[in-house]
Design a protein around this ligand. Structure first.
Ligand SMILES: Cc1ncc(COP(=O)(O)O)c(C=O)c1O
Length: 426
């Protein structure tokens, strides 16, 4: 059997050509999607599991616990598999919390992030004993009201804006001073003082939280931001907050989209270790999403038409920005597009979707063979921020999701029906 080398190296990726056909976990993708048609997301749950275990093992020496960031890929099959491996979860909506509860995850090991939690969401979190990472003084007041009304004591983390800019795409930066996330450190100290003064009698401050961005290219920014958080923890402990020792540094570990070298979780753990040496009093948490799910999934699509423009080759696919918005949202074509049937490139090709928006362009220069209508292509590293960001724009159906596990595959979310998209309207 002729197996070409794996196509990405920094994390476990299950995608490779075998005998000229692109396979995921050794299963030919044309056969995997044959039953449901295209477009379809296909995930290797085994690769996601391996990526989770890798982060767990990388951070075990410094006592880090992993809470998978549900927003990256929230399919119930994914959550169930990661829960079975001991992952905690970080959620950002009532819907995500509901998902996590439904797979039987431990609510006590679930955290709730986000700048705009509604009363309904806070109520759900309080009812289930979920830790809430709070982002503003107003949110603390709202949470205090909810906790008091329900007669419950709620564990609270303070999301800090560390004013640290990491060198990732601007829309993926979340720790800079301008970002809407978290509270600046001086406000965090005021909130600590308010806790000490007894302003939030039903809330139990357990520590601090941050997330500096996604695709963080090197550990330096995360280390600097962690130092900022440690200062706030120190302030709280000095002020007398017993139990103020949770250090949640968020997610953001990068994936290698093809060729470039990115640091793995081991390098982040090694860079953070000196800060945490001798600090057995602290509880460290990580919230990776992309690095666990991203490289483990592909989006398989079909060529509908060729278009001929002077000096340009263009392919129209049966998928677009409504199914996979990252290229349009971030104006990036980092996601490699490969033919499912291996063939040499015939030169740069513009690859577009069917949506009535000019931004519905995946790439202007994908290296693809001369494909014809009916041929299949696969977008790599589509396991994170793919299906979760899909929409029904133009009253299109979202793709089905297929999970590959232990060498066989199953549909874990069927394709929507057109009628279901509007059945409850009118
Ligand atoms: C609070 C929080 N934690 C974790 C993550 C996961 O980040 P990543 O998928 O880059 O690991 C995000 C992503 O936006 C986030 O906002």
């Amino acid at each position: 059997m002729d197996a070409s080398p794996t196509l990405s190296r920094a994390h476990t990726t299950p995608v490779r050509y075998i005998d000229g056909i692109l396979c995921l976990d050794g299963l030919p993708l044309d056969q995997v999607v044959a039953g449901v048609g295209t477009p379809a997301y296909v995930y290797s749950l085994d690769a996601m599991a391996a990526n989770l275990v890798r982060v767990q093992q990388a951070f075990a020496p410094i006592g880090g616990s992993v809470s998978y960031s549900v927003k990256a890929n929230s399919n119930q099959a994914v959550l169930a598999r990661l829960a079975a491996l001991g992952a905690g979860f970080d959620v950002v909506s009532g819907g995500e919390l509901s998902r996590v509860l439904d797979v039987g995850a431990d609510p006590a090991r679930t955290s709730f992030a986000g700048v705009g939690k509604t009363d309904e969401e806070l109520l759900l979190a309080v009812r289930h004993g979920v830790l809430v990472n709070v982002e503003s003084a107003d949110e603390l007041d709202a949470l205090q009201r909810t906790a008091a009304a329900m007669g419950r004591r709620v564990r609270v983390g303070l999301r800090i804006n560390p004013a640290v800019t990491v060198a990732t795409l601007a829309p993926m930066q979340t720790g800079s001073a301008r970002a809407k996330f978290g509270v600046p450190t001086d406000e965090a100290r005021e909130l600590v003082d308010a806790f000490v003064a007894g302003r939030y009698p039903d809330l139990e401050p357990v520590g601090v939280h941050m997330h500096v961005g996604s695709q963080v290219p090197e550990p330096g920014g995360m280390v600097r931001a962690t130092e900022v958080l440690l200062d706030v923890l120190e302030y709280g402990q000095q002020a007398g907050l017993a139990g103020f020792r949770r250090l949640d540094i968020g997610g953001g570990f990068p994936i290698d989209h093809g060729g470039e070298s990115v640091p793995g979780p081991e390098e982040f753990a090694a860079a953070l270790a000196p800060l945490l040496r001798g600090r057995d009093d602290l509880e460290l948490f990580l919230e990776p999403g992309r690095s666990i799910a991203g490289p483990a999934g592909v989006l398989v699509a079909r060529v509908l038409y060729r278009k001929h423009r002077p000096g340009r080759r263009m392919l129209v696919l049966d998928t677009g920005m409504h199914h996979f918005i990252r290229p349009a949202l971030y104006r990036t074509s980092v996601h490699r597009i490969l033919p499912v049937r291996e063939a040499p490139s015939a030169g740069p090709t513009e690859v577009v979707g069917p949506v009535c928006e000019s931004t519905d362009t995946f790439s202007e220069d994908a290296q693809l063979p001369d494909l014809v209508p009916g041929d299949l292509v696969a977008f790599l590293d589509a396991g994170a921020y793919g299906m979760v960001m899909a929409s029904n724009y133009n009253t299109n159906r979202r793709p089905p999701e297929i999970a590959v596990e232990g060498g066989s595959h199953r549909v874990v979310r069927p394709r929507e029906e057109w009628r279901d998209l509007y059945a409850s309207e009118g």
